[in-house]
Design a protein around this ligand. Structure first.
Ligand SMILES: [Zn+2]
Length: 266
């Protein structure tokens, strides 16, 4: 069970059934009477005009979503904008649909799964990026860049170096990735980290231009997920152990069954 890119589409007709950010088992469902929708002031005023078209309506919404895992029942608050557009049913008849653009979600679902051994610094940067993704993709991309920096620190790649005559200076992210790529662990991951860095650079333009899209951020999340999965997931390690066992036995390996002891009736 996983979230998919569809759960992060920009405009949706239904609030996405994300995986619960707390228990990672349940799905989030809108609470009773959610979402609450209110038209904007200009929409209310515009409706008085005889020229007003229903699909010009715009508004705001808010909703509480609850995890459907009864043992968890986490509550998530979501809010944003609404817009109305014409859709067509199976028979080609037009009808009006309300579309929601989520601009805020707390606690925010994270688009990727993080292996249990992911370092805390990486986790917290990814959670912060997920929260910023809705309204400011550029800021989310900066947090993802920080996640990559935190990953390299956890891999013991220094963040500074000594240079004459300036003394200790900061190493660029590019330089740190290059150094990591020169290690046996980092060799297969350096190109993915470089891709995350290039995507992150696009989020660092300070001229105010909207240089990063939500899709760019989602791609950067997936790149980081690949790196974390390769480095911290025990799935790969378990598979390698199974490959070794099969080769040793030259065939399938069955789990050894223990003889069940019958307890005496006392
Ligand atoms: Zn939950």
């Amino acid at each position: 069970m996983a979230n998919t890119p569809d759960h992060w589409r920009e405009w949706v007709t239904r609030l996405p059934a994300w995986i619960c950010p707390r228990c990672k088992e349940g799905r989030l469902k809108p609470a009773e009477n959610a979402p609450v929708e209110v038209p904007t002031a200009s929409t209310k005023a515009g409706r008085q005009s005889p020229d007003w078209e229903p699909d010009w309506d715009e508004g705001v919404f808010s909703a509480i979503m609850i995890c459907d895992n009864e043992k968890c029942a986490e509550a998530v608050t979501v809010s944003g904008r609404t817009s109305v557009d014409v859709d067509f049913n199976h028979e080609g008849h037009p009808f009006l649909s309300t579309y929601y653009k989520i601009l805020f979600a707390f606690p925010s679902p994270v688009p990727i799964s993080m292996p249990i051994h992911t370092p805390d610094g990486v986790k917290s940067a990814l959670i912060a990026a997920a929260g910023l993704l809705w309204a400011t993709p550029d800021a989310a991309m900066n947090k993802l860049r920080q996640a990559v920096e935190a990953f390299l620190s956890a891999e013991k790649i220094p963040s500074t170096t000594t240079k004459k005559p300036r003394g200790r200076v900061r190493l660029s992210l590019h330089c740190r990735i290059t150094r990591y790529g020169e290690t046996p662990k980092g060799l297969p991951l350096a190109s993915a980290l470089l891709a995350a860095k290039w995507l992150g650079n696009a989020g660092s333009h300070d001229d105010g231009s909207a240089s990063v899209t939500r899709d760019d951020v989602l791609l950067a999340f997936q790149v980081v997920e690949h790196v974390l999965d390769e480095r911290y997931s025990d799935r790969r390690q378990k598979l390698l152990q199974q490959i070794t066992a099969v080769n040793k036995k030259k065939g399938p390996v069955r789990p050894t069954r223990r003889k069940t002891r019958v307890k005496p009736p006392f």
